[in-house]
Design a protein around this ligand. Structure first.
Ligand code: TMP
Ligand code: ZN
Length: 404
């Protein structure tokens, strides 16, 4: 039976089931009662009315995004640089802008506004991440961004010239409340800029691990146009970003407030040509995903049976999908290396592989490293060059299974 679309309540047709999955950012401690771990059915479908690709079941939002949400944007030098450059570019467009960020995490983006003494406010439900932002001089309201919160922010601080959000609005099934809030908060000539994974990149690269509890909506130009229109907003620009495996920076404005850049029509046309929303492409993605799982499991089992020591690199949220879908446990992968303090010393969600700091990795400490953080591969492989130089090999599974 079809479920109801989070955007338009239309019927969602399921096209891929990734089975029972834990929360991708819930890392139990070794002493915890593991029988209490929360699981849900991870499956994706596409709305037949507005074309939004989305999860068919979503865990309660407060279970995923809470005080001690462990992810930190600052964990990647490439992402720190990306957001600093983005902030500089967006802030240079206006005199004395008031900027609101939805999902400000540890304040990497707004830190640029703070350093220049510009008015700003971050809204984020994680108090721990917010404390890191405050340490950067960033002002934070610890809250989910909703229509009600947006109206309060406007009353207290005035209209926003820029609302920015990265990897956040696609995570929230209450998307319509967020967008009504943005419309209420935004100045008449203000702009709303958001960056999120692009459906086209997920399908083309068979990046099935982008499907996680937190990635509720998979945006395309076509679905975003309809989604924004419901709140009186209009898509006025799109820009492809190389980060996180292929994203789009969408720029929206109040309907009729400015004309759209040619990039919007171009992307809509491209999506039409490749049949991005067609059942055939979604079905082929599902089939490729199943083959990818079989290939990866066969490779790792083969290596392990020859006595190879295998670890993984990057306890990413995405890797929860891979590990649980492929059944990778500590018998196959003995540790996952990660720089995030809040993940170290804990176990991976559902599969219970120990998470260890980078000091546990290096030449001679493993034969193969499974690249869970493939979106940060360049940065990580540069840092860990000594591992490869000593004969260590990296295993990838996006865009295909290969050993490097
Ligand atoms: P992400 O793919 O959601 O950004 O998560 C990346 C994870 O990988 C995060 O837990 C931090 C970790 N990481 C490292 O351990 N070392 C690194 O050099 C980088 C860039 C990330
Ligand atoms: Zn819909």
């Amino acid at each position: 039976m079809a479920t109801a679309c989070f955007v338009c309540t239309g019927p969602v047709d399921e096209f891929l089931d990734l089975g029972q999955q834990p929360l991708s950012d819930a890392f139990p401690a070794p002493g915890d009662d593991l029988s209490q771990e929360y699981f849900f059915r991870l499956a994706v479908g596409r709305c037949a009315a507005c074309w939004m690709t989305q999860l068919v079941e979503v865990p309660p939002t407060e279970r995923m995004f809470h005080q001690s949400y462990p992810y930190r944007t600052s964990g990647s030098a490439v992402m720190r640089e990306h957001f600093a450059r983005t902030a500089e570019r967006l802030l240079a467009r206006r005199r004395d802008p008031f900027t609101v960020e939805i999902g400000s995490n540890d304040g990497v983006f707004l830190g640029v506004a703070a350093a220049r003494g510009l008015r700003h406010l971050g809204v984020d439900p994680s108090g721990d991440a917010g404390a890191d932002a405050v340490a950067r001089g960033v002002r934070v309201r610890v809250d989910f961004f909703t229509e009600e919160v947006a109206r309060e922010v406007r009353t207290e601080h005035g209209p926003a010239d820029l609302v920015f959000s990265a990897n956040t609005i696609s995570h929230d099934p209450e998307i319509n409340s967020i967008l009504r809030g943005v419309a209420a908060l935004l100045a008449p000539d203000g702009e709303f800029v958001f960056e999120d994974p692009y459906l086209g990149a997920v399908l083309t690269n068979t990046a099935f691990d982008q499907i996680i509890d937190e990635h509720v909506l998979f945006f395309s130009a076509r679905s975003v146009v309809t989604m924004l229109a419901q709140a009186g907003l209009e898509l006025v620009d799109v820009e492809r970003l190389p980060v996180h495996g292929g994203q789009i920076r969408f720029t929206a404005a109040h309907r009729g407030s400015r004309s759209a850049a040619p990039s919007v029509a171009a992307l809509l046309a491209e999506e039409q040509v490749i049949g991005l929303h067609d059942t055939a492409l979604l079905a082929s993605f599902a089939a490729r995903t199943e083959r990818r799982r079989d290939d990866l499991v066969a490779l790792l089992r083969g290596l392990r049976s020859e006595g190879a020591r295998i670890v993984a690199y990057g306890a990413t949220a995405k890797s929860a999908t891979v590990a649980n879908y492929c059944g990778l446990g500590p018998d196959l992968v003995s540790a996952v290396i990660d720089t995030t303090p809040a993940k170290q010393g804990r176990l991976t969600p559902g599969t219970h592989i120990p998470v260890e700091p980078p000091e546990a990795f290096g030449p001679g400490k493993a034969d193969y490293a499974l690249m869970f953080a493939w979106n940060h591969a360049e940065e990580i492989m540069a840092k860990e060059r000594a591992f490869s130089e000593a004969g260590g090999r990296w295993v990838f599974y996006v865009p295909e299974v290969r050993v490097v």
